[in-house]
Design a protein around this ligand. Structure first.
Ligand code: 26W
Length: 822
């Protein structure tokens, strides 16, 4: 029996090696003599991809046979992270592969590093979509993720003289082994032109038709999405825009060959680059084109598949659940109506019922400036038929509202899909609410605030449409893959069921009093910190002390996330050392990572401030290595996978009521970091789960922030009454961090002292005091380790498997369709 297993394993290893050599030869066109690490990576990627495709083919057959209801997750962003390591883990091949490669003198870790990161998202929203795809497949739920194949993903962040500089992200330049283009499933997408009324032959009714001005082709690129320990493989289908077949025949015929080819670029621009704005809207025409393009492509694809399996669109909602990831795909509501009415001859009422039953809408932000609104003018030029349909939806909707609230013109104005007064604009959140049967927020607090504030009128109209679905993360990438040492210790201690049933981590609590276990836990954190220290040294040349507390804030740079408050704390610690060099301090390494939107001046200035403070603090002998500040350039998913396992302290310090959920907060806790945080987003629920004793809470609550603003927040009084805060701002004003540019940071000081919209001044004292408590706790290392273990043990709720199971049961009504093994 065991000899048979050993033989099988040996056979598997030699099979893997054979496949690798074959792919090297036939895919890369090289043999072992000329192959470099990248060739080996590509060959290996093809081996894994081939296995995934085999499973994908069987999955597609099973789903079609079973006529299964399918989830279509529409998202302008999918921040998938690297695929090779994840594919190996999900296929159960990771260890075998490592040995098979080592046998040929190859290092798996080195090959994994060769993969370009597919950065097709900005931050939380895109990464959530990626975690959801992993969980959908792991739960055997039939699903397709629909999105955009950006030729350039989120920009590469460089730091030059402490300033952020953006460079293009050429992630496709060495090819992409994970995608397969499907030109046979191409679709045509129209833009512009006008509409006209006509009479169909033999029909008394008038119909509308759209005479577009331009046609673009959408080519699907399929990426297989494996699940953990399952035969199922779902698809991520990303659309690339190309010019129409005879893209400009007239110009060709007129002899303008060059002009015709140049014209091609206009179409291809649509999927050229990801907009790098997070939470701020820019009413750019190209962005609306991107949104319509991928949604229209996806709806045609959904309809093609549905008609193939079910013959008629009458029952679309029974077999298709389309989820709108924020309002970016909300134009889908108007597009499905157009398809049903103009192309498939449905009556309005029937089309509307199908549409509403098919769509669900997830809101991801409370920030008013992030709510998408498109100028009616721009909208009508690009999508004239859709604008008509939106007006008709609005007309019928408001008539219904008027019946319910006969004398409430203000309410009508607020609910309208069209914002009046000034430039008229289409409100995409209102369109999404009206066109969906389910609306959800992404954390308990966020959903409550949606109901009470941003979407209050819709909540009063349809309370039953609303629900909460607290975000989650995939434990595969965010523990098993990124923290193999901790994953192994956990599996040795409680078994490996936690990988697909994260609540089982609770069993770790029984081992809390086991000293050997606690020491092993601490040793792993220490090793992870050593390896991060090496990475920091290699990337930015800073030597950090691995025995110091690793205090980490990694997320997009945004004023509401308050990286500034963190820097102010660092300056305060520095001031103390300068004033009282002999005082005892708990050594810290404060690590920042994150990108600022290229047009967001204040966020970019914060990046510069962090780097400037680092320059001073890291080089002052008085500090004597007790405080180090590190800004890691180009934070992305791959870097995150190094950071979470090595963190001691997780900074989740947004102004209460502003962070919808956060998901990094969950990744830290899962990897045994303790949180210092406000009562915001999912922090509230994390604290509930891990226990108040195991969470460092500080700061104003949402209600207190609102009350403070209502009476008129006066930041000056904090400056006047808190000498340490005064000193900290004075040091910035002195120019210590901006030699030769004394006014550089004035906009930051102005913002803090004039209106302080994010309540940094109001929360500062509480934050500093809480940080002192953190330091004292860290000194009692055994206590800290116990708290860390409890964080990991009690974080099970935040598995994306739980989140997806909730969506599946309560919104999508989809059931698992497991694919049988070979
Ligand atoms: C139109 C510009 C724009 C672009 C992106 C507006 C808004 C966005 C996203 C909705 C921003 C985003 O990523 N939101 C984050 O979503 C995460 C997943 O739900 C939450 O955990 C974060 O709190 C939220 O900021």
């Amino acid at each position: 029996e065991s000899a048979g297993v050993a033989l099988d394993a040996e056979a598997q290893v030699s099979q893997i090696q054979q496949a690798l050599v074959n792919n090297l030869y036939w895919v890369q066109g090289k043999d072992e003599q000329f192959a470099n690490a990248h060739d080996y990576y590509t060959a290996l990627a093809h081996s894994v991809r081939n296995q995934l495709l085999q499973k994908r083919i069987r999955t597609a057959k099973t789903y079609a046979q079973e006529r299964a209801k399918t989830v279509y997750y529409m998202s302008a962003e999918f921040l998938m992270g690297r695929q090779l390591g994840n594919g190996l883990i999900n296929l159960g091949l990771y260890d075998t592969m490592r040995h098979a490669l080592a046998d040929c003198g190859l290092d798996l870790d080195e090959l994994l590093e060769r993969e370009a990161e597919p950065g097709l998202g900005n931050g939380g929203l895109g990464r959530l979509a990626a975690c959801f795809m992993d969980s959908l497949t792991t739960l055997n739920l039939p699903a397709v993720g629909y999105g955009i194949r950006y030729e350039f993903g989120i920009f590469t962040q460089l730091i030059r003289q402490g300033h952020q500089v953006e460079a293009p992200d050429k992630w496709l330049s060495y090819g992409n082994p994970w995608e397969i283009a499907r030109p046979d499933y191409r679709v045509e997408i129209k833009f512009g032109g006008h509409t006209e009324v006509y009479k169909k032959d033999g029909d008394d009714d008038y119909q509308v038709r759209w005479i577009p001005a331009q046609t673009v082709i959408g080519i699907p690129h399929d990426v297989p999405v494996p699940g953990y320990g399952t035969e199922n493989v779902n698809l991520l289908r990303l659309w690339k825009a190309e010019a129409g077949e005879a893209f400009d025949l007239d110009a060709f015929n007129a002899g303008d060959y060059f002009g015709a080819v140049a014209n091609k670029m206009i179409s291809e621009n649509i999927t050229k680059v990801l907009y790098p704005n997070d939470e701020t809207r820019q009413g750019k025409e190209l962005r609306l084109q991107q949104q319509y393009f991928f949604v229209a492509c996806s709806l045609q694809d959904i309809i093609r598949l549905h008609l193939r399996d079910h013959g008629s669109l009458e029952n679309l909602a029974e077999f298709a659940a389309i989820q709108l990831n924020d309002t970016h795909p909300a134009i889908g509501v108007a597009e499905l109506m157009r398809l049903l009415i103009d192309e498939y001859n449905f009556e309005w009422a029937a089309a509307w019922q199908i549409t509403q039953r098919t769509f669900g809408y997830t809101n991801h932000t409370l920030m008013p400036e992030a709510l998408e609104k498109w100028s009616v003018d721009l909208f009508g030029k690009l999508l004239p038929r859709h604008l008509e349909i939106i007006y008709e939806i609005n007309h019928r909707f408001l008539a219904q509202v008027k019946l319910r609230y006969p004398n409430d013109p203000d309410r009508l104005e607020r609910l309208s899909l069209i914002e009046e007064g000034g430039e008229r604009r289409v409100r995409m959140a209102n369109l999404a609410c009206v066109g969906s049967h389910a609306i959800n927020g992404v954390a308990a607090l966020h959903t409550e605030l949606l109901k009470q504030e941003v979407l209050q009128d819709f909540y009063e109209l349809w309370p039953d449409k609303f629900s909460n679905k607290t975000n989650g993360i995939t434990p595969r990438r965010w523990l098993l893959q990124c923290n193999p040492r901790l994953a192994q210790l956990i599996s040795e201690t409680i078994g490996d069921s936690w990988i697909t049933n994260l609540d089982d981590l609770k069993q770790l609590e029984a081992h809390l009093d086991n000293e050997v276990f606690r020491h092993a836990w601490q040793a792993i954190k220490q090793e992870n910190k050593w390896s991060l220290a090496r990475y920091i040294h290699d990337t930015v040349g800073i030597k950090v002390n691995p025995d110091s507390m690793f205090d980490v804030q990694i997320k997009r740079i945004h004023e509401y996330k308050r990286q500034l408050m963190n820097v102010l704390h660092v300056i305060t610690l520095y001031n103390r050392m300068v004033q009282n060099p002999g005082d005892h301090v708990v050594p810290r390494t404060v690590i920042f990572g994150g990108k600022a939107a290229p047009g967001y001046a204040m966020a970019k200035l914060v990046v510069k401030l962090v780097n400037a403070v680092a320059d001073v603090v890291n080089n002052d002998p008085i500090v004597a290595g007790r405080l180090k500040v590190v800004f890691l350039p180009n934070y992305n998913v791959s870097q995150a996978q190094r950071l979470f396992p090595a963190s001691d302290l997780s900074e989740q310090i947004s102004t209460a009521g502003m962070e919808a959920s956060g998901t990094g907060n969950m990744k830290f806790a899962l990897n045994g970091a303790l949180t210092i945080g406000t009562l915001d987003g999912a922090n509230v629920e994390i604290r509930e789960e891990v226990g108040a004793d195991n969470f460092f809470l500080f700061g104003l609550t949402t209600e207190q922030v609102a009350a403070c603003k209502a009476v008129g927040h006066n930041p000056w009084c904090y400056y006047d009454t808190n000498p340490e805060l005064k000193r900290t701002l004075d040091v910035i004003a002195s120019g210590l961090f901006s030699p030769g540019e004394p006014d550089l940071f004035l906009p930051i000081l102005d913002s803090l002292l004039v209106d302080d919209p994010y309540m940094v001044m109001a929360d500062f004292a509480a934050y500093v005091q809480c940080q002192e408590h953190v330091s004292r706790t860290y000194e009692d290392r055994d206590r800290w380790v116990r708290m860390a273990i409890l964080n990991t043990a009690r974080i099970g709720k935040f598995s994306a498997d739980r989140t997806i199971a909730d969506y599946a049961r309560e919104i999508w009504k989809v059931k698992a369709v497991p694919v049988a093994g070979e």
